[in-house]
Design a binder for this molecule. Structure first.
Ligand SMILES: *[C@@H]1O[C@H](CO)[C@@H](O)[C@H](O)[C@H]1NC(C)=O
Ligand SMILES: *[C@@H]1O[C@H](CO)[C@@H](O)[C@H](O)[C@H]1NC(C)=O
Ligand SMILES: *[C@@H]1O[C@H](CO)[C@@H](O)[C@H](O)[C@H]1NC(C)=O
Length: 483
């Protein structure tokens, strides 16, 4: 009896001791978009499963919903009462790849400054957080003030999360200089990706330098401001903080993203958040059971639905649905125009909620017509489903260029789509076997990747917790000015 008791005690003790050895993590969760938040949350889940205690620091914007993540032990909210973001993001022109030259990054820099000002001035919050003894800080935008905040609260290791492909400044932090003549800008890519013609290269160089000379100083100034305020008279520069980033995690996949010069500190985890497919929900199952030639999934997130889409886009979808009576089409839409303009199409099913992964995993799914957000691209690539990509904004243009590059589908433009064009790309992908063959091969490579991101990531975190940043891996050019 006694021995059983002590055994139990020993068991509990070893459990709690083992747990307390894991360093505590503070994650700044970017809440201005679901794709950002979901990516951060996916990483937090891995950490929790591996025994880490993860707390979150979350800015709350007045115009955005309050997002939550199960893997988080405690959340510290702070309000950013501004409509700056909404005003400008609302003016974005759908279908145009111009996230650098449209000036939106100056808004992000302004938001970053405002958020930092509020965060740093909340002395109560800083005290609470400092008392938690976090040893590792995770954040997307280290170039704002977070690397400074983490240093201030005593976190020794910094991990940079990227829900998109890596942008030039992230490489620069590691001392890597990409050639703008051959590596497409993540925010303003042509559908030709890294096989640009002469004029496209010229534009890409222009865009890269635009970032370097126009935006970089803005983010740099935000950092300089907060360094002066919180580390006065210490002669520290932004690079002194940035060079402490010990790992960079990106949501792209090695076999899908364009090949680029790299560094062991960069970890690709794209596609590794995909779960075992679940059983199809009942309404969807019924659609699959009546399909003879297969199913097509249409989803543009919340951006372009049956209410918000242009008339010519809706007419294009209708034309394709009519042309393939033996295919069933599922359109995920929040729009209300169900009973009016699409009613006559018996093989088009408008649904407001889907489990996208279980649909993509179904072998009867022939094609995915998507806005090409990175999560959607990764999921379709994992399940080997060919795509038609119609990017709406941001990195979606870059992502859809990857589809062209890997020949797992075709990218089209929202600005010029017509019923005739949409029909011809549908026809090409459904009739030419190369798209589904390439998709299946890529799916195999992603599944059998010898450099699985999740395993590497978790091992690296353990290593960083023990030894801090591995400066041995930094190039001498890290922190060097461009000229
Ligand atoms: C957000 O949601 C969480 C969990 O429901 C709640 O505890 C918190 O107070 C909310 N925060 C804000 C700012 O609404
Ligand atoms: C943080 O560390 C201090 C000093 O070691 C300790 O007194 C305190 O209890 C710790 N806080 C937590 C939340 O573990
Ligand atoms: C960078 O990390 C090193 C090692 O942990 C630390 O000594 C240094 O203070 C950090 N630099 C800044 C600016 O936080």
């Amino acid at each position: 009896m006694i021995s059983l008791h002590s055994l139990l005690l020993l068991f509990i003790l070893s459990f709690t001791l083992g747990d307390s050895q894991k360093p505590k993590i503070l994650m700044y969760m970017t809440s201005f978009g679901y794709s950002h938040f979901n990516f951060d949350c996916g990483i937090a889940k891995w950490l929790k499963e591996d025994g880490y205690e993860v707390h979150a620091l979350v800015p709350v914007f007045p115009y955005l919903p309050n997002m939550t993540c199960d893997a988080i032990k405690a959340t510290y909210y702070f309000n950013v009462p501004t409509n700056v973001g909404k005003a400008v993001f609302g003016k974005m022109k759908y279908g145009v790849a111009n996230m650098v030259t449209n000036g939106i990054k100056s808004v992000i820099a302004e938001l970053s400054y405002l958020g930092c000002e509020i965060l740093f001035n909340d002395k109560e919050l800083m005290k609470t957080i400092k008392n938690q003894n976090f040893s590792i800080g995770f954040a997307e935008y280290m170039d704002g003030c977070l690397s400074i905040y983490f240093s201030k609260i005593g976190a020794k290791s910094l991990i940079n999360l990227n829900p998109t492909a890596l942008q030039y400044p992230v490489y620069r932090n590691l001392g890597l200089f990409l050639s703008p003549a051959s590596v497409p800008s993540v925010d303003e890519s042509f559908s030709s990706g890294d096989t640009m013609n002469y004029w496209q290269r010229t534009w890409n160089i222009y865009v890269t330098f635009y970032e370097e000379f126009f935006y970089k100083p803005m983010f740099e100034n935000v950092m300089v401001h907060f360094i002066a305020k919180f580390f006065p008279n210490q002669n520290l520069s932004p690079m002194d903080f940035r060079k402490n980033i010990s790992l960079v995690v990106t949501n792209t996949n090695l076999f899908l993203d364009f090949a680029k010069p790299s560094n062991p500190k960069i970890i690709h985890v794209g596609g590794e958040f995909v779960n075992e497919p679940k059983k199809l929900q009942k309404t969807i199952e019924e659609i699959y059971s009546i399909s003879t030639d297969g199913v097509v999934l249409i989803s543009f997130g919340t951006l372009v639905d049956t209410d918000k889409a242009t008339q010519i886009f809706k007419d294009s979808v209708k034309a394709v649905v009519k042309a393939y009576p033996n295919l069933q089409f599922i359109w995920k839409t929040n729009g209300q125009k169900k009973t009016t303009e699409f009613e006559e199409l018996k093989n088009l099913h408008l649904v407001t909620w889907i489990d996208q992964q279980s649909i993509l995993a179904n072998p009867k799914t022939k094609l995915f017509f998507t806005h090409c957000g990175l999560n959607s691209l990764n999921e379709a690539a994992v399940f080997g489903v060919p795509m038609i990509a119609m990017p709406i904004f941001g990195d979606q243009h870059y992502n859809s260029a990857l589809i062209n590059k890997r020949e797992i589908g075709i990218a089209i433009s929202y600005l010029t789509v017509t019923p005739k064009e949409l029909f011809s790309v549908f026809d090409e992908i459904l009739k030419n076997p190369k798209y589904s063959q390439n998709s299946k091969l890529l799916s195999q490579k992603i599944k059998n990747n010898p450099l699985k991101g999740k395993d590497t990531f978790l091992k690296w975190i353990e290593f960083a917790a023990k030894y801090g940043n591995s400066y041995e891996l930094d190039l001498g050019s890290a922190g060097m000015p461009r000229f």
